[in-house]
Design a binder for this molecule. Sequence first.
Ligand code: FAD
Length: 412
Amino acid sequence: MIEQTPSHLLPIIEKIETFYTSEVEPREHQLRHRLRNSLEYIDRTGKLHPEIQAARREIMQASGMEGLFSLHLPQSIGGGGLSRTEMFFIEEKVYSYGIDLAPGILSWTDGSTPRLIFVREELQDQFVRPLILGQKTSCHAVTEPDAGSNLFDMKTNAVQKGDKWILNGHKAYITNPFEADIVNVLAITDPGIGKKSFSYFQFESKDYLGKGFKHGRINRTMFDDGLTGELHFENLELPESAMIGNRGQGFEIALTSINWTRTRRGGMCSAWSKLLIDKTLDRLKHRKVAGKPLGRNQGLQWMVSDMYIDWYSARATSLACLRDIEKFGPWWDTNRPQEQIRLFALMKIVNDESFYRVADKALQLHGATGIMKDTVVNKLFQIARNLRIPGGTDESQRNTIAETLGLNANMQ
Ligand SMILES: Cc1cc2nc3c(=O)[nH]c(=O)nc-3n(C[C@H](O)[C@H](O)[C@H](O)COP(=O)(O)OP(=O)(O)OC[C@H]3O[C@@H](n4cnc5c(N)ncnc54)[C@H](O)[C@@H]3O)c2cc1C
C-alpha cells in the first residue's frame, strides 16, 4: 500500500477540494476552449493570453485569501508553516487536478518563493505580504544569454555609488518577466571571490520600468507557456535597501529558491505521472485494434508496468529524500551540509527523469492522439521534457552529486 496523506493534513486536503470545485473548476470550464487549444493559449505576441493570465491571478489571490497559496513558507513571515514532506502531499493533491488552472492554487517561481525569508523586517509589507497572499507576482532573474549552468559566467553586475546600487545586465529565459510586480535579480557585486561574489536584489517593476529597467523579448518555449522572456538593466539606480539579505549572500539565497523548486518536483511529478498512468490504462483497456483491446499485448503491458515502477520508485525516493533533507534543520538554511545538497539534486533528477520516461511512454501508447498538440498527454510530455532544463539540468544535478561525493574536474 502506498504511503497515504497523513491524517493531520486531511482538513487542508478537504479545503483544497472545496476550493478547486468552487474557484478553479468553473474558471476552467469557462476557458476550456483556450486551455485546450494551444493557439488560443497564447496571444499574437506569444505571451500568455490575457484571459488566462487574469484567471490565474484571480485563483492565486483567492487561494491567498484562503491561506493555501503559501503553505510552504514559515509562519513567522505569514506562511502556513508546513514542512517539505507535508507539502509533498499538498502538492500531489493540487497537481492531481492536471495542468490547466489548478497549479495556480500554490505558489510557483512567479509567486512567494523562499527568498522572502531573507527580506528585511521593515520591507515585509511591501515585498512579502502581497506575494504570500498571491496579490502580486514576481520573477527570479538569474540566467543570462551566456550564463546558465555555470553562474560564474554571469555578467550582470551591481556597483555601489554612494547610497545607491547601479545595476547593469541582461537576463534571459526568465519565468514571468513581463507581468512580475516584483523583480528579483542576482548580480555580481564583488567579482572574483567565488560564491560570495553575488548579491540578490528586489524592486517593484512599476517604480523602475523605463527608468533603467526594461522588458526584453519573449522566449517562445516549445510548450507555449507564454511566460518566459528577457529583462535588461541599464544603469538602473536602486536604493541600498533593494538588497535581499546581506552583500555576498545572493548565491545562497537564490539557491534556496532553486532548491525549493527541486523539492517541489516530488508531489508534482508524482501526481502528473499517476494521471498519465491512469489515462494510459484507460486507453489500453478501451482502444480496440483488430477488434481486441490494445492492452492484450504483453509488450504494451510491460510498458505500463515500467511507468508504474517509475512512478512508485520516484514517489518513495521523494518522501525519503524530503525526510532526510529536513533532518538537517530548516530546509531554507543557507548553511547546507554536502549530504543535504546532494539530496536536493537527487530529488530533482530522480523525478524529472522518471516523469519524462512515464510521459514518453504515455505518448507512445496514445498513438496519434498523443502527438496532437491540444491533449493533456501531449502537454505533459512537453512539460516533462522541459523540466529537465530549468532549476539545473540533469547534468548539473549529476555534477552536484559527484562533487558532494568528493569528485571534481581539478582532482590530481
Ligand atoms: C521554461 C524555462 C523557464 C526558466 N525559468 C527561469 C527563471 O525563472 N529564472 C532563471 O534564472 N532561469 C530560468 N531558466 C533558465 C534555466 O535555469 C537554464 O536554462 C538552465 O540553468 C541551463 O542553462 P543554459 O540553458 O544556459 O544551458 P547551458 O549552461 O548552455 O548548458 C547546455 C547543456 O550543457 C550541459 N552542461 C553545461 N555545463 C556542463 C558541465 N560542466 N558538465 C556537464 N554538462 C554540462 C547542460 O546540462 C546542458 O545540457 C528557465 C529555463 C526554461 C527553459
